[in-house]
Write a protein of this length. Sequence first.
Length: 200
Amino acid sequence: MKRRRGLSEEERELWQKVAASAQALHPVRVSRPAEADPVPVRPDPAARLPEPSFAQIFRVGEQARPRLPGHDLAPAIGAGLAAQPVAMDRKAHRAMLRGKMEPEARLDLHGMTLAEAHPELIRFVLSAQDRGCRLILVITGKGKHREDTGPIPTRVGVLRHQVPHWLRLPPLSAAILQITEAHLKHGGAGAYYIYLRRLR
């Protein structure tokens, strides 16, 4: 059996140089001690939160002006009277509105001032009730449009606006059952039907 030849000194030195410069393909892993579970970090309440962005704090309409209340306009005279409950006989009321009842007495306030018209209206209504009248007619006219030079606008037809107010005040209120605008054949918006109570 042939013996293997050993390495010479030169070969041994060369091998040591090569071995010293070589790097291992699979380095030996060093085992580390097992780490404990990480402790959860609690947020510091004193820590400042990030500032919210504009998109997060914006709300649609938040800077809009609040809606102002609308003007509380008084209703037209005819609409206000028509909205009143019917206090007289309904059949007679329908006939009156259609102009099928003939007024038993008339008062024309055309051309009178407020100071003249008020006592004349009181006298007329109470005397008509004394005579047993039920339906009477008061003509005020619709009024004329005039040039308005003051800071406060004036109503067209002062008597037309004032007469329903007077009719709701004593002593006339106790004598009256119903007030409505007259039918066109009796003056329309420029006149009023007044239905009187019976005297007991």
